[in-house]
Design a protein around this ligand. Sequence first.
Ligand code: ATP
Length: 465
Amino acid sequence: MSEEKGEYRGKATMEKITSLAKRRGFVFQSSEIYGGQNGAWDYGPLGVELKNRIARAWWKEMTQLHDDIAGLDAAILMHPRTWEASGHVENFTDPLVDCKKCKTRFRADQIPPENLAQKKCPECGGELTDTRKFNLMFKTHIGPAEDSAGAIYLRPETAQGIYVNYRNIVQSNRMKIPFGIAQIGKAFRNEIVTKNFIFRTCEFEQMEMQYFVKPGDDVKWFDEWKKRRWAYYEKLGVKMDSLRWHRHGPDELAHYAKDAYDIEYLFPMGWRELEGIHNRSDYDLSRHAEYSGKDLKYIDQDNNERYIPFIIETSAGLTRTLLMILCDAYDEELVPNEKNPGGSEGSAGSADDWRTVLRFHPDLAPVTAAVLPLMKKDGLAELAEDIRAELKEDFTTGYDQAGAIGRRYRRQDEAGTPFCVTIDYQTKEDGTVTLRFRDSMEQVRVPRAELIERIRREIKQYKRG
Ligand code: ATP
């Protein structure tokens, strides 16, 4: 790896990502002052912006750009029969073993087979319990009595909310097959091992789209959705050589699946699933028809046919995508010390400098433009506030007037802000500002009146270098 000026590509590690996420207010441990809650995380000021933007980009892709996909926001609490019909009560389990000595809990399929065979703890050598099945659904009670009649689950996936509304949406929106239903929402799983930061958590968010097709057309649509989902990540500016396909072998296929592919991302800890694309056959609607006693056949009036549709599912984790975007955007490089061409500040030494930069697509960046007055004095701060007020209606803005300009650029780089707008003495004279680009660190002077249009154009034309 070269450490020549500007060429070094620093590697993201989970430690660096976790620490940056906390330092800059992307992600905090849940209830940290009490020692933290396993499997739960809080999204801070920059994190919630990033998460909302990732969700918005997905929603736009699925609904705004596809006339044949309708949106939905179903409740987390569903009728308990849902989970019997879906197969979750019976099948949504992990094999679990505990160490009697050190009390560590393991997923039996994630420890070396010889340890399992000898019942020997891989951590301390103590004796392991028998393997037992552990259901990942969170169970709670609705109503005042804690009896089994009031038992209810926190949904472990958003998909079932779509299936139980399939008939409502066909009827209310006169949807014709093929069509899809998209939903973003929370899901809960009692995961045994929750390491790697927000990769696998007990509370998380999913972005799922279920596409209803005529039986026989499923293979064609499955291929089509695989192509579309791949192209989507390209559009988001993700490093495409960090993505790959993984096809589920016969042992991996879920009980409902006819065929399944994962899009995997090369996270710092290795290749891991980011999104699943599944051919779920007619399993879901057939089961809900059986368990609810309702007729869920689609009536194709044009061709005088009735059938239970097949379902092609695209299922991505929103919070897991956020981790992917953080890792993908992360970069470290050795760059020349930056100054503002119009100003005198920042000239203290011209030594090279390391910078950490998050190369978010500008559509995803939590702050689009940061406004920086070169000096607080001589009316520059007031002028900067004034320009910021103009930008606010169109963009999320930041403001920073503390310290040398070069250091302020570094702070914005680390937050992933694609554009800095610097106000200096020339601004007072001729009404131009310095527009500084995060990725190239290039600076151009732009008349104040053209600033909004220019930023808008730069966002639309953005290509990751
Ligand atoms: P795994 O086998 O890794 O437990 P899965 O195959 O059961 O995951 P799916 O049920 O297909 O996962 O869920 C679809 C998507 O939801 C996953 O690709 C992932 O992005 C996200 N997801 C699933 N479980 C979690 C979790 N515990 N924490 C965060 N995201 C999750």
